[in-house]
Design a protein around this ligand. Structure first.
Ligand code: Q0Z
Length: 308
C-alpha cells in the first residue's frame, strides 16, 4: 500500500495535443512523442510536460497549484544553463504547443539509465535511517555525531533503483550500479551527480536556500556518441529537498521550502484529516494553495534573480 492515490480522478488529465501522442504519465509530469504526418512517433524526440499537480504524504492534492509546472520548467532550464560546463543536457527547444507553453520542453530521446542518481549534501530521510543503523550512507562511512539535518563533509552518491509508478525506490550499492552500468559509466554518474549538487549548493546558499539532496536522471545518446546526457528536470523542489537557509537547525526535521504550508495545514486540526486513516486528504483551502504557489515563485526568483 504505497501507491500514490488521488481523492478523485487525476487532476489535469494529460491534455490532448494535436501532433503529439501521449506516451506516459508520472505523478506530476506527462510525456508525449511528436508524431509525423503518417502518425508515426518521432524516434528521436520527446515532449516533457510539467503539470501543476502536487503530492504530499504520498497523496495527490486537489486543487492544483497554479503556475507550478511553468515555475519548475523554467527553473530546470535555468539550471541546465548553470550546469552546461559540467554536463550536456537533453533540451532541444522550448517551441511547444500553446496549450502547454512555458511548462513543456522538447527533448532528445535518450536511452535512460535504469538507476536513480541521487546525491546528498545534508543528512535526512532515508540517508539518516541508514546512518543510525550502520554509521554509513550507501556504504560510505560517515563521521560520528551527525543528526537530522547535519551537513555532510562532502556530497555522497546514494543511488536507488527506479521502481514502477506507485512503488518506492530501493537503495543500491555502488557495486550494484557498476554491475548495471559498467564501472566506467557508474563512476561518471557518481562524480557528475555529486558535482551537480555541489554546484547547486554554491549558487543556492548565496540566495538563502540549502539543497539537502537531489535526484537526477541521465541518459546515453542513442547515436553511440558515448557520453552521459543530463535529462528530465534538475534541481527543482520536486526533485530535491530545498530548505530555507535561515531556518536550518540540525537536530530535527527541517521545514520544506515548498510544501510546508500544505503539510502544516494537513496535519493541523483545521484540516480534520487523520494521516493514518487511509482516507484521502480534503481539498486544500485557497490560502494554502496561494501560499504554496508563492513559495514556488519565490524559489524561482531567489535562485535565478529573475522575476517569474
Ligand atoms: C523521462 C518522466 C513522465 C516526465 C522517460 N530525454 C529523455 N529520453 C528518454 N526518456 C526520457 C527522457 Cl527525459 C524519460 N522519464 C521520466 C516520466 C513524465 C518524465 F511521465 N521517462
Amino acid at each position: 500500500m504505497c501507491g500514490v492515490t488521488t481523492s478523485d480522478a487525476p487532476l489535469d488529465l494529460p491534455v490532448d495535443l494535436p501532433g503529439y501522442q501521449h506516451v506516459y504519465s508520472g505523478k506530476v509530469r506527462d510525456l508525449y512523442a511528436p508524431v509525423d504526418s503518417q502518425g508515426e512517433p518521432d524516434p528521436d524526440r520527446l515532449l516533457l510536460v510539467a503539470s501543476n499537480r502536487l503530492s504530499a504524504y504520498d497523496w495527490m492534492m486537489t486543487p492544483e497549484i497554479p503556475d507550478k509546472g511553468e515555475v519548475l520548467t523554467r527553473l530546470s532550464l535555468w539550471w541546465f544553463d548553470q550546469l552546461s560546463d559540467l554536463v550536456p543536457n537533453h533540451v532541444l527547444s522550448t517551441d511547444v504547443p500553446a496549450t502547454v507553453a512555458g511548462r513543456a520542453v522538447l527533448v532528445r530521446k535518450l536511452e535512460m539509465l535504469k538507476v536513480e542518481a541521487i546525491a546528498r549534501a545534508y543528512l535526512t530521510g532515508g540517508g539518516l535511517e541508514e546512518y543510525h543503523a550502520k554509521g554509513s550512507v550507501s556504504g560510505i562511512p560517515l563521521p560520528d555525531g551527525l543528526v537530522d539535518g547535519s551537513r555532510l563533509p562532502e556530497p555522497v552518491f546514494t543511488p536507488t533503483t527506479k521502481a514502477p509508478l506507485g512503488e518506492h525506490d530501493l537503495p543500491m550499492t555502488l557495486a550494484e550500479v557498476e554491475a548495471e552500468l559498467g564501472v566506467e559509466v557508474a563512476t561518471e554518474v557518481s562524480r557528475l551527480t555529486r558535482a551537480i549538487l555541489a554546484r547547486g549548493n554554491e549558487v543556492a546558499a548565496q540566495r538563502g536556500i540549502l539543497i539537502a539532496d537531489t535526484k537526477v536522471e541521465f541518459g546515453l545518446a542513442p547515436d553511440g556518441s558515448g557520453g552521459l546526457v543530463l535529462a528530465d528536470e534538475v534541481l527543482t523542489p520536486d526533485s530535491s529537498r530545498f530548505w530555507p537557509a535561515d531556518q536550518w537547525e540540525p537536530g530535527h526535521p527541517q521545514p520544506s521550502y515548498d510544501k510546508q504550508f500544505v503539510r502544516d495545514w494537513l496535519t493541523s486540526p483545521e484540516s480534520g484529516w487523520d494521516r493514518s486513516s487511509g482516507e484521502a486528504p480534503p481539498e486544500l483551502p485557497p490560502n494554502v494553495v496561494e501560499q504554496t504557489r508563492a513559495k514556488y515563485l519565490e524559489a524561482y526568483e531567489r535562485l535565478t534573480g529573475e522575476r517569474f
